[in-house]
Design a protein around this ligand. Structure first.
Ligand code: PLP
Length: 394
């Protein structure tokens, strides 16, 4: 059967593909160390598990819920956002969905007509461009400055604006670089977006994973006008170790939110009911585990960054947030006789049995992404094997 034309363009997620390749090798008996996936290696905290079990036992989890999400969860999102960031949203300005990924999908379907442009700073999270294209929009890539943690400036953005520019994606802390935009940088971006009437899509999903005294400022908190210009994307996956539960949410303009809910009503109905009750407990219950996990990530970052920066030909600034490292390995590739980062990554997997993600999936040609959301022993072993691989090639 002839498939839809859009399928010829659509690539599978680079991170999920790399993880699947590593898993395949593992199943064949190869002892692969995988640093591919962006998910905490911790189990979901006990109190959240209990709330989920309770919702099953009491029968609440057996049924559909409103597409927008149960009212307890909508209230929990509003209260948590207000308490964390001193910013207030109304009930009709919130939507809960099947992971932040699907929430973003509904957003692009809601705001983009064919040919509408979305500005995406490079490097970017793998799914932004694909989702924009699925909505028949056009991703417009703006190179960040490697010397400034790959962040883009208003001057860079200004060069990319056209009459078709509809939205700008801001991911701070950033996957894959871990960069965080400062308040001053965000103020300028906010002003610029208002001037051109460009919607800011603020993907704040790593907002609680910030290290070594760095500070995350949600752009929507900077002024009432910037808030009106922004749709905030967030979720429980990363900060509450709940990737498998698939709960994300959006906050912003009620007209946009109501249309996103309409899409979900035809695509998924409500997100899993048991997960919604778990997320209520995550957002309203004891928050101490969030800080415990953050501290573990911080320790790993400090250790692993130090070791990686000593590898010959690896250049790496210290990330401020999220749980990834994004070294520039151009010198290492040249020393080892590689011109293609995909090949380097593929050989690392096959010869050294370490799985990382190629920077190509994030829009750059000489980087790799390693996730430190895995235990220190695995991280150390993987780095030993990367060092041995590089030594042997040079
Ligand atoms: N946004 C970014 C930047 C991410 O890295 C991810 C997950 O990897 C998501 C959104 C989606 O998160 P989820 O769908 O698990 O809520």
């Amino acid at each position: 059967m002839e498939l839809a034309k859009r399928m010829t363009k659509l690539k599978p997620s680079a991170t999920l593909a790399a993880a699947a390749k590593a898993k395949n090798l593992k199943e064949q008996g190869v002892d692969v160390l995988s640093l591919t996936l962006g998910e905490p290696d911790f189990s979901t905290p006990e109190n959240i598990q209990e709330a989920a079990i309770d919702s099953i036992k009491t029968g609440k989890a057996s049924f559909y819920t409103p597409v927008q999400g149960i009212s307890e969860l909508i209230d929990a999102v509003i209260t948590r956002t207000k308490s964390d960031y001193e910013i207030e949203y109304q009930t009709n300005e919130v939507m809960v969905g099947t992971g932040a990924k699907f929430i973003l999908y509904t957003l692009f379907q809601t705001i983009l007509d064919q040919g509408d442009e979305v500005i995406i700073p490079v490097p970017y999270w793998v799914s932004y461009a694909a989702q924009v294209e699925l909505a028949e929009g056009v991703p417009v890539f703006v190179e960040g400055h490697q010397s400034n943690d790959f962040k883009v400036t208003v001057e860079d953005l200004e060069k990319s604006v056209t009459s078709k520019t509809k939205a700008f994606i801001l991911n701070s802390p950033c996957n894959p670089t871990g960069a965080i935009y400062s308040k001053e940088e965000l103020k300028k971006i906010g002003k610029w977006a208002i001037k051109h009437n460009i919607l800011i899509v603020a993907d704040d999903i790593y907002g609680k994973l910030v290290y070594n005294g760095n500070v995350f400022t949600p752009i929507a908190t900077l002024s009432e006008k910037i808030k009106e210009q922004t749709i905030v994307i967030n979720g429980v996956s990363k900060s509450y170790a709940m990737t498998g539960w698939r709960i994300g949410y959006a906050l912003g303009n009620s007209q946009i939110i109501s249309q996103m809910i309409k899409i979900a009503s035809q695509a998924t109905s409500n997100p899993s009911t048991v997960s919604q009750y778990a997320a209520v407990e995550a957002l309203t219950g004891d928050q101490s585990q969030v800080e415990v996990m953050r501290q573990v990530f911080e320790e790993r970052l400090n250790h692993v960054h130090h070791r990686l920066s000593q590898i010959s030909g690896f250049k790496i600034d210290k990330p401020h947030g999220a749980f990834y490292l994004y070294p520039d390995i151009s010198e290492c590739m040249a020393n080892c006789g590689y011109t293609d980062v995909d090949e380097w990554v593929s050989d690392l997997l096959e010869e050294a049995h370490v799985a990382v993600v190629t920077g190509a999936g994030f829009g750059t040609k000489h980087h790799i992404r390693l996730s430190y959301a895995t235990d220190l022993e695995t991280l150390n072993q993987a780095i030993d094997q990367i060092i041995a691989f590089v030594d042997q090639k040079q």
